[in-house]
Write a protein that binds this ligand. Structure first.
Ligand SMILES: [Fe+2]
Length: 340
Protein backbone atom coordinates (compact mmCIF):
# COMPACT_ATOMS: atom_id res chain seq x y z
CA UNK A 1 0.00 0.00 0.00
CA UNK A 2 2.74 2.35 1.01
CA UNK A 3 4.58 1.57 -2.23
CA UNK A 4 1.51 2.15 -4.37
CA UNK A 5 1.08 5.56 -2.76
CA UNK A 6 4.68 6.36 -3.57
CA UNK A 7 4.27 5.33 -7.20
CA UNK A 8 1.08 7.38 -7.60
CA UNK A 9 2.73 10.35 -5.96
CA UNK A 10 5.78 10.25 -8.22
CA UNK A 11 3.60 9.85 -11.31
CA UNK A 12 1.61 12.92 -10.23
CA UNK A 13 4.67 15.00 -9.55
CA UNK A 14 6.15 14.01 -12.91
CA UNK A 15 2.98 15.14 -14.69
CA UNK A 16 3.06 18.33 -12.72
CA UNK A 17 6.65 19.03 -13.71
CA UNK A 18 5.98 18.25 -17.35
CA UNK A 19 3.07 20.65 -17.47
CA UNK A 20 4.97 23.53 -16.01
CA UNK A 21 6.04 25.97 -18.68
CA UNK A 22 9.60 27.09 -18.04
CA UNK A 23 10.24 30.38 -19.83
CA UNK A 24 13.40 30.09 -21.92
CA UNK A 25 15.08 33.14 -20.41
CA UNK A 26 14.81 31.76 -16.89
CA UNK A 27 17.05 28.80 -17.69
CA UNK A 28 20.20 29.64 -15.86
CA UNK A 29 23.27 30.21 -17.97
CA UNK A 30 26.47 28.93 -16.46
CA UNK A 31 30.15 28.39 -17.08
CA UNK A 32 32.24 25.66 -15.46
CA UNK A 33 35.78 26.75 -14.66
CA UNK A 34 38.66 24.36 -14.06
CA UNK A 35 41.18 26.53 -12.27
CA UNK A 36 44.79 25.93 -11.38
CA UNK A 37 44.79 29.38 -9.78
CA UNK A 38 44.40 28.46 -6.13
CA UNK A 39 43.45 31.89 -4.85
CA UNK A 40 40.23 32.44 -2.94
CA UNK A 41 40.20 36.08 -3.99
CA UNK A 42 39.45 35.03 -7.60
CA UNK A 43 35.93 34.26 -6.43
CA UNK A 44 35.23 37.98 -5.99
CA UNK A 45 35.97 38.52 -9.69
CA UNK A 46 33.69 35.64 -10.73
CA UNK A 47 30.96 37.12 -8.56
CA UNK A 48 31.30 40.49 -10.28
CA UNK A 49 31.06 38.75 -13.66
CA UNK A 50 27.92 36.88 -12.58
CA UNK A 51 26.31 40.09 -11.36
CA UNK A 52 27.02 41.84 -14.64
CA UNK A 53 26.05 39.02 -17.00
CA UNK A 54 23.68 36.73 -15.11
CA UNK A 55 25.98 33.81 -15.97
CA UNK A 56 26.66 31.57 -13.00
CA UNK A 57 30.29 30.52 -12.47
CA UNK A 58 30.88 27.01 -11.17
CA UNK A 59 34.39 26.54 -9.96
CA UNK A 60 36.40 23.33 -9.96
CA UNK A 61 39.88 23.94 -8.59
CA UNK A 62 42.90 21.70 -8.84
CA UNK A 63 46.68 21.95 -8.94
CA UNK A 64 48.07 22.77 -12.40
CA UNK A 65 49.59 19.49 -13.46
CA UNK A 66 46.85 17.22 -12.15
CA UNK A 67 44.33 19.47 -13.85
CA UNK A 68 45.93 18.77 -17.23
CA UNK A 69 46.06 15.03 -16.48
CA UNK A 70 42.45 15.10 -15.42
CA UNK A 71 41.34 16.84 -18.60
CA UNK A 72 43.26 14.34 -20.72
CA UNK A 73 41.61 11.49 -18.86
CA UNK A 74 38.13 12.96 -19.08
CA UNK A 75 38.42 13.67 -22.81
CA UNK A 76 35.05 14.37 -24.43
CA UNK A 77 33.26 13.70 -21.14
CA UNK A 78 34.94 16.65 -19.46
CA UNK A 79 32.64 19.19 -17.82
CA UNK A 80 35.17 21.98 -18.24
CA UNK A 81 34.20 25.10 -20.18
CA UNK A 82 37.06 27.41 -19.24
CA UNK A 83 40.54 26.32 -18.16
CA UNK A 84 42.80 28.58 -16.08
CA UNK A 85 46.42 27.65 -15.48
CA UNK A 86 49.51 29.26 -14.02
CA UNK A 87 52.80 29.18 -15.91
CA UNK A 88 53.77 29.40 -19.56
CA UNK A 89 54.74 25.74 -19.88
CA UNK A 90 51.44 24.53 -18.42
CA UNK A 91 49.19 26.57 -20.69
CA UNK A 92 51.24 25.84 -23.82
CA UNK A 93 51.29 22.12 -22.91
CA UNK A 94 47.51 22.19 -22.50
CA UNK A 95 47.22 23.61 -26.03
CA UNK A 96 49.69 21.04 -27.39
CA UNK A 97 47.67 18.26 -25.76
CA UNK A 98 44.58 19.43 -27.66
CA UNK A 99 42.68 20.43 -24.52
CA UNK A 100 41.81 23.92 -25.75
CA UNK A 101 39.97 25.34 -28.73
CA UNK A 102 40.56 28.27 -31.01
CA UNK A 103 38.24 31.24 -30.39
CA UNK A 104 37.51 34.57 -32.04
CA UNK A 105 37.32 37.58 -29.76
CA UNK A 106 38.12 41.17 -30.63
CA UNK A 107 38.21 42.22 -27.00
CA UNK A 108 40.75 39.53 -26.06
CA UNK A 109 42.94 40.56 -28.99
CA UNK A 110 42.74 44.16 -27.78
CA UNK A 111 43.19 43.54 -24.05
CA UNK A 112 46.00 40.96 -24.07
CA UNK A 113 49.38 42.37 -25.13
CA UNK A 114 51.52 40.82 -27.86
CA UNK A 115 53.73 38.03 -26.55
CA UNK A 116 51.20 37.09 -23.88
CA UNK A 117 48.76 35.28 -26.17
CA UNK A 118 48.70 32.27 -28.45
CA UNK A 119 49.02 32.80 -32.22
CA UNK A 120 46.36 30.08 -32.73
CA UNK A 121 44.05 32.00 -30.36
CA UNK A 122 43.69 29.07 -27.96
CA UNK A 123 44.87 30.85 -24.81
CA UNK A 124 45.32 34.35 -23.41
CA UNK A 125 47.30 35.63 -20.42
CA UNK A 126 45.34 37.10 -17.51
CA UNK A 127 48.00 38.17 -14.99
CA UNK A 128 51.78 38.52 -14.84
CA UNK A 129 54.38 37.50 -12.25
CA UNK A 130 58.08 38.28 -12.06
CA UNK A 131 60.70 35.70 -11.11
CA UNK A 132 62.96 37.62 -8.72
CA UNK A 133 65.85 36.82 -6.41
CA UNK A 134 65.46 36.99 -2.67
CA UNK A 135 68.61 37.50 -0.61
CA UNK A 136 69.75 37.88 2.97
CA UNK A 137 72.07 40.93 3.14
CA UNK A 138 73.70 39.44 6.25
CA UNK A 139 74.85 36.43 4.25
CA UNK A 140 75.61 37.75 0.78
CA UNK A 141 76.67 41.04 -0.78
CA UNK A 142 73.40 42.07 -2.40
CA UNK A 143 75.09 44.79 -4.44
CA UNK A 144 76.83 42.07 -6.45
CA UNK A 145 73.67 40.16 -7.38
CA UNK A 146 71.90 41.79 -10.29
CA UNK A 147 70.94 38.96 -12.60
CA UNK A 148 70.05 35.25 -12.37
CA UNK A 149 73.44 34.54 -13.95
CA UNK A 150 75.19 36.05 -10.91
CA UNK A 151 74.03 33.04 -8.88
CA UNK A 152 76.68 31.00 -10.70
CA UNK A 153 79.48 33.09 -9.21
CA UNK A 154 81.95 30.93 -7.22
CA UNK A 155 81.75 33.42 -4.31
CA UNK A 156 78.24 32.09 -3.62
CA UNK A 157 79.43 28.52 -2.98
CA UNK A 158 77.01 26.87 -0.54
CA UNK A 159 74.81 29.97 -0.42
CA UNK A 160 72.19 29.31 -3.11
CA UNK A 161 68.75 27.78 -2.40
CA UNK A 162 66.57 26.55 -5.25
CA UNK A 163 63.16 25.02 -5.69
CA UNK A 164 63.16 21.55 -7.26
CA UNK A 165 63.26 20.84 -10.98
CA UNK A 166 59.58 19.86 -11.14
CA UNK A 167 58.53 23.47 -10.58
CA UNK A 168 57.32 24.87 -13.91
CA UNK A 169 58.34 28.31 -12.65
CA UNK A 170 61.99 27.26 -12.75
CA UNK A 171 61.58 25.34 -16.00
CA UNK A 172 60.22 28.53 -17.59
CA UNK A 173 63.10 30.56 -16.14
CA UNK A 174 65.61 28.17 -17.71
CA UNK A 175 63.70 28.24 -21.01
CA UNK A 176 63.89 32.03 -20.79
CA UNK A 177 67.66 31.93 -20.37
CA UNK A 178 68.02 29.53 -23.32
CA UNK A 179 66.16 32.04 -25.50
CA UNK A 180 68.08 35.06 -24.19
CA UNK A 181 71.57 33.65 -23.88
CA UNK A 182 71.69 30.49 -25.97
CA UNK A 183 72.13 26.86 -24.98
CA UNK A 184 75.83 26.80 -24.12
CA UNK A 185 75.73 29.92 -21.93
CA UNK A 186 72.67 28.52 -20.16
CA UNK A 187 74.50 25.24 -19.52
CA UNK A 188 77.45 27.10 -18.01
CA UNK A 189 75.10 29.16 -15.82
CA UNK A 190 73.26 26.06 -14.64
CA UNK A 191 76.46 24.17 -13.84
CA UNK A 192 77.83 27.09 -11.84
CA UNK A 193 74.61 27.80 -10.00
CA UNK A 194 73.88 24.16 -9.15
CA UNK A 195 77.40 23.72 -7.80
CA UNK A 196 76.65 26.60 -5.41
CA UNK A 197 73.64 24.77 -3.94
CA UNK A 198 74.30 22.98 -0.67
CA UNK A 199 70.77 22.46 0.66
CA UNK A 200 68.48 19.80 -0.82
CA UNK A 201 66.16 21.31 -3.42
CA UNK A 202 63.07 22.93 -1.90
CA UNK A 203 59.41 22.01 -2.47
CA UNK A 204 58.12 25.59 -2.84
CA UNK A 205 58.99 29.27 -3.11
CA UNK A 206 57.83 30.10 0.43
CA UNK A 207 60.21 27.58 2.00
CA UNK A 208 63.06 29.23 0.08
CA UNK A 209 62.22 32.67 1.47
CA UNK A 210 62.17 31.20 4.99
CA UNK A 211 65.53 29.45 4.44
CA UNK A 212 67.13 32.66 3.15
CA UNK A 213 65.77 34.54 6.14
CA UNK A 214 67.10 31.93 8.59
CA UNK A 215 70.55 32.16 6.95
CA UNK A 216 70.37 28.55 5.81
CA UNK A 217 71.48 30.07 2.54
CA UNK A 218 72.04 33.56 1.20
CA UNK A 219 69.99 33.83 -1.96
CA UNK A 220 67.22 32.04 -3.86
CA UNK A 221 64.86 32.48 -6.79
CA UNK A 222 61.12 32.97 -6.21
CA UNK A 223 58.04 34.60 -7.71
CA UNK A 224 57.70 38.16 -6.44
CA UNK A 225 54.18 37.75 -5.04
CA UNK A 226 55.23 35.13 -2.46
CA UNK A 227 57.48 37.69 -0.76
CA UNK A 228 54.78 40.34 -1.07
CA UNK A 229 52.18 38.12 0.56
CA UNK A 230 54.49 37.24 3.41
CA UNK A 231 55.33 40.92 3.97
CA UNK A 232 51.63 41.78 3.91
CA UNK A 233 50.93 39.24 6.63
CA UNK A 234 48.80 36.94 4.51
CA UNK A 235 50.67 33.89 5.86
CA UNK A 236 50.78 35.07 9.46
CA UNK A 237 53.13 37.13 11.63
CA UNK A 238 56.05 34.74 11.68
CA UNK A 239 56.34 34.78 7.88
CA UNK A 240 56.13 38.58 7.89
CA UNK A 241 59.16 38.67 10.15
CA UNK A 242 61.02 36.22 7.94
CA UNK A 243 60.27 38.19 4.78
CA UNK A 244 61.34 41.46 6.42
CA UNK A 245 64.86 40.11 6.86
CA UNK A 246 65.25 39.58 3.13
CA UNK A 247 65.91 41.84 0.15
CA UNK A 248 64.16 41.39 -3.17
CA UNK A 249 66.47 41.76 -6.16
CA UNK A 250 64.67 42.29 -9.46
CA UNK A 251 66.81 41.61 -12.52
CA UNK A 252 66.46 44.16 -15.28
CA UNK A 253 65.21 42.97 -17.69
CA UNK A 254 63.33 40.28 -15.78
CA UNK A 255 61.74 36.98 -16.63
CA UNK A 256 57.97 37.48 -16.60
CA UNK A 257 55.61 34.52 -16.39
CA UNK A 258 51.79 34.47 -16.55
CA UNK A 259 48.57 32.90 -15.48
CA UNK A 260 46.34 32.29 -18.48
CA UNK A 261 43.05 30.92 -19.69
CA UNK A 262 41.57 29.12 -22.65
CA UNK A 263 38.23 27.64 -23.68
CA UNK A 264 38.08 23.87 -23.20
CA UNK A 265 38.02 21.76 -26.35
CA UNK A 266 34.69 20.13 -25.44
CA UNK A 267 33.07 23.12 -23.68
CA UNK A 268 29.30 22.86 -23.64
CA UNK A 269 28.99 26.51 -22.64
CA UNK A 270 31.41 27.97 -25.16
CA UNK A 271 29.88 31.45 -25.44
CA UNK A 272 29.70 31.83 -21.68
CA UNK A 273 33.32 30.66 -21.41
CA UNK A 274 34.43 33.28 -23.93
CA UNK A 275 32.48 35.97 -22.05
CA UNK A 276 34.17 35.05 -18.77
CA UNK A 277 37.62 34.91 -20.37
CA UNK A 278 37.01 38.34 -21.90
CA UNK A 279 35.97 39.69 -18.52
CA UNK A 280 39.03 38.24 -16.76
CA UNK A 281 41.39 39.73 -19.36
CA UNK A 282 39.70 43.14 -19.35
CA UNK A 283 41.48 45.91 -17.41
CA UNK A 284 38.89 45.54 -14.62
CA UNK A 285 39.04 41.74 -14.52
CA UNK A 286 42.81 41.45 -14.74
CA UNK A 287 43.23 44.00 -11.96
CA UNK A 288 40.59 42.18 -9.93
CA UNK A 289 42.59 38.95 -10.16
CA UNK A 290 46.03 40.50 -9.69
CA UNK A 291 45.52 43.12 -6.98
CA UNK A 292 44.69 40.81 -4.04
CA UNK A 293 47.28 38.18 -5.04
CA UNK A 294 50.06 40.78 -5.49
CA UNK A 295 50.52 39.72 -9.12
CA UNK A 296 50.68 42.30 -11.91
CA UNK A 297 47.67 42.92 -14.17
CA UNK A 298 48.27 42.54 -17.91
CA UNK A 299 48.98 46.16 -18.69
CA UNK A 300 49.86 47.91 -15.47
CA UNK A 301 52.09 47.38 -12.48
CA UNK A 302 50.52 46.32 -9.18
CA UNK A 303 50.03 49.55 -7.24
CA UNK A 304 50.43 48.00 -3.80
CA UNK A 305 53.28 49.75 -1.93
CA UNK A 306 54.88 46.43 -1.00
CA UNK A 307 55.16 45.39 -4.64
CA UNK A 308 56.27 48.86 -5.74
CA UNK A 309 59.11 48.65 -3.22
CA UNK A 310 60.54 45.68 -5.10
CA UNK A 311 61.55 48.18 -7.76
CA UNK A 312 60.53 48.68 -11.32
CA UNK A 313 60.95 45.88 -13.76
CA UNK A 314 61.26 45.62 -17.49
CA UNK A 315 60.09 42.46 -19.13
CA UNK A 316 62.72 40.85 -21.32
CA UNK A 317 59.99 40.40 -23.93
CA UNK A 318 60.42 36.68 -24.40
CA UNK A 319 57.09 35.39 -25.68
CA UNK A 320 55.12 32.82 -23.68
CA UNK A 321 54.95 30.64 -26.79
CA UNK A 322 58.75 30.56 -26.98
CA UNK A 323 58.95 29.59 -23.31
CA UNK A 324 56.61 26.69 -24.01
CA UNK A 325 58.64 25.58 -27.01
CA UNK A 326 61.86 25.46 -25.01
CA UNK A 327 60.29 23.64 -22.05
CA UNK A 328 61.59 20.13 -22.81
CA UNK A 329 65.09 21.38 -23.60
CA UNK A 330 65.03 23.34 -20.35
CA UNK A 331 64.12 20.23 -18.35
CA UNK A 332 66.90 18.29 -20.07
CA UNK A 333 69.54 20.92 -19.29
CA UNK A 334 68.36 21.09 -15.67
CA UNK A 335 68.65 17.30 -15.32
CA UNK A 336 72.10 17.30 -16.92
CA UNK A 337 73.30 19.99 -14.52
CA UNK A 338 72.09 18.00 -11.49
CA UNK A 339 69.04 20.18 -10.69
CA UNK A 340 66.88 17.60 -8.91
FE1 LIG B 1 52.49 30.39 -7.40
Amino acid sequence: MQNLKKILYSALSLTFLMNVNIPVNSIEKEVKVYSGRHYNTDRGVYKKFSEETGIKVRLIEAAGISLIERLKREGKNSQADLILLVDAARITNAAKAGLLQNIESKSLEKDVPVGLKDKNKEWYALTRRVRVMVANPKVVDVSKIKDYTDLADPSLKGKVCLRNRKSPYNQSLVANQIINKGESETKAWLNGMISNVSQPFFPGDISIIRAVSKKKCGVGIVNHYYVARMLAGVNGRRDTLYAKRTTVLTPNPAHVNISAGGVAKYATNKNEAISLLEFLASPEGSKGLAAPTFEHPLKEVNQNEIVKNFGEFTSDNVTIEDLGEKNSLAIKLMKDAGWN
